[in-house]
Design a protein around this ligand. Structure first.
Ligand code: KIV
Ligand code: ZN
Length: 526
């Protein structure tokens, strides 16, 4: 049946609402935190991807969270912008204030409903919880027409009590009802039972959007989401690359491509522009410094690679023999070989536009072009992936007090390595020469000499953007200072230069973080 929804109008029964929580459930997992500029950038990419709802954060959790939800609500047009709130009036007021500038705003309020959570976590009786459901949804509805209510630990909640809570939330004005598998414990048949049961017994359940939010502790998040859809859910809560609390959330790219590929069994559609999936996945990897594993469905490097002779033979005869969807449909390009050292700025700009970087500003374009020329001089073949890595690298450098200028190295098996490094700090070029235990150590020591700081290095990782010995290295450096953690990324054909760039990037981010004195963050829920 068609649902009359305050944000979407008449929602036909075959339309699945995609609720992206990369910036909330995803961002709160260790190592995935993003700064304001990064969150805004990702939110724009999610809007272009076609997410219907962006859960931008948990405004009461910290001033930083509040600011990013508010900034996204102000700047990002298209999707509904949502802020998370517990059932307390203070949480709801803060979420309402943060999402106020949005074109279409949603408050998402939740409370635990399982016996275990009510007794040990909330120390509330079921009747108190029921009262909180009504009061929180009523309060949220005083601020916005679009209110989502979630039963935390819903999959482990007694069916009768869950039905009573859902009924109370609908009666108080909730327009979306979300039943999370908070701890990733459920099996697909549990989801089938839960949604079938709610639709059968709760008055008005068919007039609101039912939603599934599954965690991946048993690797079942996407399967559970599909089961929920087949039992009548029409909103999926998911994240890019499946990032999220613990083992993560259901992956947006997997759910949307399962729906697209299996229209025979699931004749429903989303608003996702699937050709933008890979680019959005890569943007998230660049921002967070975490690549997906090679065999990750849809966006992993090997997801469309056919290695065995039998498969390759079949592919040459007819691609459908081993390919259930085309690589192009999710954004992989057939010919990733691109321009060379003779390509000009106009061709470079065209290339960027074709890769989805249409709105890149002149300064970032010039810097990226200079680096492209440099790479084209040094590297036999420049791939789309190389260009994407260096442009993402440039676009990520918004807060730059320190700039990398040049690096000379003496390394090898004889004697300590020596790094001669020049950085620009607040517009002034400064140089230092340091020795160390290998070239990376010498380079990082030189950075410390030029720009003394207390932060400690807690993670250093190196990956290759493409294949071959002339591939660009993509490096991540994580620094920690006074409990604050930042990740920096760098890309270059020279691994040590990429490492220096990553370190400098992390330092720039740390300085932005220092400017913000945040009170202790609340521990958000999964
Ligand atoms: O996993 C969970 O229960 C959540 C809720 C806040 C929706 O993330
Ligand atoms: Zn969650």
């Amino acid at each position: 049946m068609t649902i009359n929804h305050p944000s979407f109008g008449q929602l036909p029964p075959d339309r699945v609402v995609v609720f992206d929580t990369t910036l909330r459930d995803g961002e709160q997992s260790p190592g995935f935190s993003m700064n304001l500029a990064e969150k805004i950038r990702l939110a724009h990419a999610l809007a272009e991807l076609g997410a219907d709802v962006i859960e931008a954060g948990f405004p009461i959790a910290s001033p930083g969270d509040f600011d990013s939800v508010e900034a996204i609500a102000r700047e990002v047009r298209g999707p509904v912008i949502c802020g998370l709130a517990r059932s307390a009036p203070g949480d709801i007021a803060r979420a309402a204030e943060a999402v106020r500038p949005a074109e279409r705003a949603r408050i998402h309020t939740f409370i635990s409903t399982s016996k275990l959570h009510m007794k040990y976590k909330l120390r509330m009786t079921p009747e108190d919880v029921l009262a909180a459901v009504t009061s929180s949804v009523t309060l949220a509805r005083n601020h916005v027409a679009d209110v989502e209510w979630s039963a935390e630990d819903g999959s482990r909640t007694e069916p009768d009590f869950l039905a009573r809570c859902v009924e109370a939330a609908i009666a108080a004005g909730a327009t979306t009802i979300n039943i999370p598998d908070t701890v990733g414990y459920a099996l697909p048949e549990d989801l089938t039972r839960i949604f079938t049961d709610l639709l059968r017994r709760v008055p008005g359940a068919d007039t609101v959007v039912l939603s599934a939010h599954n965690h991946n502790d048993l690797g079942l998040a996407v399967a559970n989401t599909v089961a929920a859809l087949r039992a009548g859910a029409r909103q999926v809560e998911c994240t890019i690359n499946g990032i999220g609390e613990r083992a993560g959330n259901a992956a947006l790219e997997e759910i949307t491509m399962a729906l697209r590929t299996r229209q025979d069994a699931m004749p429903w559609h989303t608003g996702i522009a699937s050709e933008r999936i890979l680019r959005t996945s890569r943007l998230l990897s660049t921002i967070t410094g975490f690549d997906v594993q090679p065999n990750k469905a849809i966006v992993g490097r090997n997801a469309f690679a056919h290695e065995s002779g039998i498969h390759q033979d079949g592919m040459l005869k007819n691609a459908q023999t081993y390919e259930i969807m085309t690589p192009e449909s999710v954004g992989w390009t057939k010919t990733s070989l691109v321009m060379g050292k003779h390509s000009g700025r106009a061709a470079f700009r065209d290339k960027l536009a074709s890769m989805g970087y249409a709105g890149i500003g002149d300064n970032a374009l010039n810097d990226a072009f200079r680096r492209f020329k440099d790479i084209a001089d040094r590297k036999k073949i420049v791939y789309d992936e190389d260009i994407a890595a260096l442009v993402d690298d440039e676009l990520g450098r918004d807060h730059t007090r320190i700039r990398f200028c040049e690096l000379d190295l003496h390394a090898g098996s004889r004697g300590p390595a020596r790094a001669e490094l020049t950085l620009e700090v607040d517009g002034v070029r400064r140089s230092a020469t340091e020795t160390g235990d290998g070239p990376v150590d010498a380079t990082f020591r030189a950075i410390r000499t030029i720009f003394p700081h207390e932060a400690t290095l807690v993670l250093f990782s190196v990956g290759a953007v493409t294949e071959g010995t002339d591939a660009q290295a993509k490096t991540t450096v994580r620094l920690s200072e006074d409990g604050k953690m930042v990740d920096g990324q760098g890309a270059d054909t020279d691994t040590i230069v990429a490492s220096a760039r990553a370190y400098v990037h992390a330092l720039n981010k740390l300085m932005v973080k220092r400017l913000r004195t945040q009170p202790a963050e609340l521990s958000a829920t999964g």
